[in-house]
Ligand binder design. Sequence first.
Ligand SMILES: NC(=O)c1ccc[n+]([C@@H]2O[C@H](COP(=O)([O-])OP(=O)(O)OC[C@H]3O[C@@H](n4cnc5c(N)ncnc54)[C@H](OP(=O)(O)O)[C@@H]3O)[C@@H](O)[C@H]2O)c1
Length: 316
Amino acid sequence: MQKRPIGTSELQVAPLVFGGNVFGWTADERTSFSILDAFVDHGLNFIDTADVYSAWIDGHKGGESESIIGKWFKESGKRDKIVLATKVGMLSTRAGLSAANIAAAVDDSLRRLKTDYIDVYFSHLDDDKTPFEETLGAYQKLVKAGKVRVIGASNYNGERLEAALKVSSDTGLPAYQILQPEYNLYDREGYETDLEPVAQAHKVAVVTYFSLASGFLSGKYRSKDDTSNAARGSRVEKYLNDRGLRIVDALVDVAKRNDTTPATVALAWVIARPSVTAPIASATSVAQLESLAAATRLNLSAEDIAALDEASAPAK
Ligand SMILES: NC(=O)c1ccc[n+]([C@@H]2O[C@H](COP(=O)([O-])OP(=O)(O)OC[C@H]3O[C@@H](n4cnc5c(N)ncnc54)[C@H](OP(=O)(O)O)[C@@H]3O)[C@@H](O)[C@H]2O)c1
């Protein structure tokens, strides 16, 4: 499989990232291990997690996803087959991007992940109370210590990303090489108008989150009834409107033409966007993982992409 670079770094990744927020949440340990093994068997190599996953569940405190990945590394011996991303800044007990917080959080993550290095360390959320110099200086120490290889930014706006990149180029501190914004067929505008031009101008890699709109783009939610017993039901209700259903109809049509599933088409559409390095998506079973992996082999025609673009045009 053709790999893609992360910015100007030496890291090369397959064009589909596995989203690790399901590990210990909607995928138990055994299922998580099977998904991870199948993921590697498909020739895929990039996994995304965060220290805060899955603190939103009653009884969880964060670190559950990292701990499952760490156990899998230890039992499978597959650490060297993976480009591993985790994040700092959103766990309530390790909030923000101060130097002291980053130094403490990275050691917590490394311990849970049972590894001595993180390939990609993301700032999970912009922190305008901490100067960029302090945050980037903290990352520089981690890079020098061999604990982190590349740094990335998630949930920044274009102006703040540009400002952070300028500090790096002015000072020689490490620069964000990869951006993680929300982006999918439904949620297009924020990325396309604000962040994409900055990422392209600075050759920053882009991995998109909620690439399946929390499962909505699989086509399995068409009414409020469909959401009632689903773990992600409350997250998808906002998509249940005319525009959302028009997008799902277009995905179903394109999927039929290509003998595949709507989820595969939704991810292939993201992969086809030149500024995007890879979509991040999660799965709660090996069967769902097949639909994610299939997106790396599906080349949508210009006609398919035009139909999806038309269906997802902003509501007038
Ligand atoms: N940086 C950030 O702030 C941020 C925020 C959110 C997410 N993320 C990252 O992005 C990743 C992806 O986000 P996400 O997992 O929340 O959303 P997503 O990828 O948009 O949706 C994935 C969910 O859709 C369902 N699904 C997947 N394949 C399917 C198929 N073939 N048929 C039917 N349903 C299918 C599964 O849930 P069910 O089986 O439960 O329906 C799966 O967990 C996360 O794991 C995380 O790594 C980052």
